[in-house]
Design a protein around this ligand. Structure first.
Ligand SMILES: [Ca+2]
Length: 475
């Protein structure tokens, strides 16, 4: 609403400046005054004209357009709209009336638009149209799921080499899933000195039955521990924290705690605590964890048989989730590795149409990632139920062209072609509310063309939890 008011102000400021400029150009004060009193059509304001809730008829169109013309408005941005958005009552208060509705996108509706175009021509006015039959976005029922907004998805698999994979590679799936690429890289091994650390007995305050604590110490980022809780509000709090404890046979000198949260679901506020008996705990260090990626926090060298990670808040409301957790000796590093881009193998062509990956892995533990892209499923809104449809893929020239040429705008431009450019002069995309979209079928090809290199080796950095090259390069 504030934006609309702001836009009105801008329109009036532009109008005022244009009138002033017309007078100044002439250099004659009397002409400036005349233009101010009776602005020429070219500088008169436009208004947004909502066709709300399918209420439209030719008689009302003629009456309304003539009224605007009399009021000094010379352009109308016609904007089909619908009432069914809850909470937006300020804009749509026409409920309870069923007469005079014309179904959007019907032949009768387009005849109303043709009538408006002819009336604009007769009155010497100009028209623009929102690019689709709803309030926000760019799309409609003509947009196929293939041309809808897309996003990248991935499914990771860990494979122990050496050996032939030779089976179906799990896929993420989703609405209109299509494959994008397959990459593989060898997982780093912990350094020999970290591997030689004594193994503590680990316990947790709670564990989800399917995500037990051993998942947090198996050196595999893809497996994770989850605290109890599946409902909002069950995540750890200060009053009801979660914890994971370490009990060593002999006192262990800790110099750092290493935590790799499950990306997007991990703990936030934590304390590393020590205890002489596993009962009474004393905080050694408090810290806050980021939402993604392995993180390591150094502490003063502290010797104890008992440590625990106390978790007092989470990045999600239901529980908290950790992929890897360990205590390190002073000077040790849990994840000081980065993946060199040249170590990321492109296995895209090794997977057949059925998703069978025919690849023989060399020695080591390999992470294989099958990337695909899916429709976000996002539709334009609010729109009349008959006019609802997918938002088109804004990064696809083909999808956007189809939207404009085969959708509502294409049909409008075919109504009175001789008046296009004279009377019908504008198309608007208002209020993009289509949500995130980060992929399109031609993304890799376009990226290479525009940026000069292949993005494939960098795909593992896409979710932010894997650093490829340096952090700067990944970002
Ligand atoms: Ca794990």
């Amino acid at each position: 609403m504030r934006n609309k008011r702001f836009m009105s102000l801008i329109v009036w400021l532009f109008t005022g400046c244009a009138v002033l400029a017309a007078g100044l150009r002439s250099g004659r004060p009397d002409e400036m005054e005349r233009n101010f009193q009776a602005p020429p059509d070219a500088v008169k304001p436009w208004v947004m004209l909502f066709w709300n809730s399918d209420f439209v008829n030719k008689e009302a169109i003629s009456w309304e357009m003539a009224a605007y013309k009399r009021a000094g408005v010379n352009g109308l941005q016609i904007f089909p709209n619908y009432e069914h958005v809850k909470g937006w009552g300020w804009a749509f208060s026409l409920k309870g009336t069923s007469k005079n509705r014309v179904q959007p996108l019907s032949d009768e509706w387009y005849e109303c638009i043709r009538h408006a175009i002819r009336e604009a021509d007769r009155l010497g006015m100009q028209l623009g149209f929102h690019n689709e039959p709803g309030y926000s976005g760019a799309g409609g029922p003509w947009v196929s799921v293939e041309h809808s907004l897309r996003q990248l998805v991935e499914r990771q698999t860990v494979f122990e080499g050496p050996g032939a994979f030779g089976k179906e590679l799990p896929a993420a799936g989703g609405l209109d899933y299509r494959d994008a690429a397959v990459v593989a890289y060898r997982l780093p091994e912990l350094s020999a000195d970290v591997q030689a650390n004594p193994r503590p007995v680990m316990r947790a305050a709670s564990s989800h039955p399917r995500y037990p604590l051993p998942h947090a110490s198996d050196n595999n980022s893809e497996t994770f521990w989850v605290s109890n809780g599946e409902q909002a509000g069950q995540a750890p709090t200060k009053a009801k924290p979660e914890w994971i404890s370490f009990e060593y046979a002999e006192p262990f000198v800790a110099g750092a705690v290493f935590v790799e949260p499950r990306s997007g679901f991990g703990p936030r506020d934590c304390e590393l605590q020590k205890s002489a008996d596993g009962q009474d705990w004393k905080t050694v260090k408090s810290f806050a964890l980021g939402n993604t990626g392995p993180q390591q926090f150094a502490i003063e060298a502290t010797s104890s048989r008992f440590f625990r990670l106390l978790i007092t808040s989470s990045h999600v409301g239901e529980n908290t989730q950790i992929s890897e957790l360990m205590l390190l000796k002073p000077g040790q590093n849990g994840s000081a590795w980065s993946l060199a881009p040249e170590k990321v193998l492109d296995l895209t062509d090794s997977m057949d149409a059925k998703g069978i990956l025919n690849w023989t892995a060399p020695e080591g533990r390999w992470k294989i990632i099958r990337y695909g892209h899916v429709s976000t499923g996002k539709k334009i809104h609010p729109a009349s139920p008959v006019a609802e449809g997918y938002e088109c893929d804004k990064m696809s020239r083909e999808a956007v062209r189809y939207h404009f040429e085969k959708g509502m705008i294409g049909r409008i431009l075919a109504l009175e072609p001789k008046l296009n450019g004279k009377t019908v002069v504008g198309v608007e995309l208002d209020s993009y509310e289509g949500g995130n979209s980060d992929w399109t079928p031609a993304f890799r090809k376009e990226f290479r063309k525009r940026r000069g290199y292949d993005l494939l080796p960098w795909l593992p950095a896409w979710r932010g939890s894997t650093v490829v090259g340096s952090r700067l390069q990944s970002e």
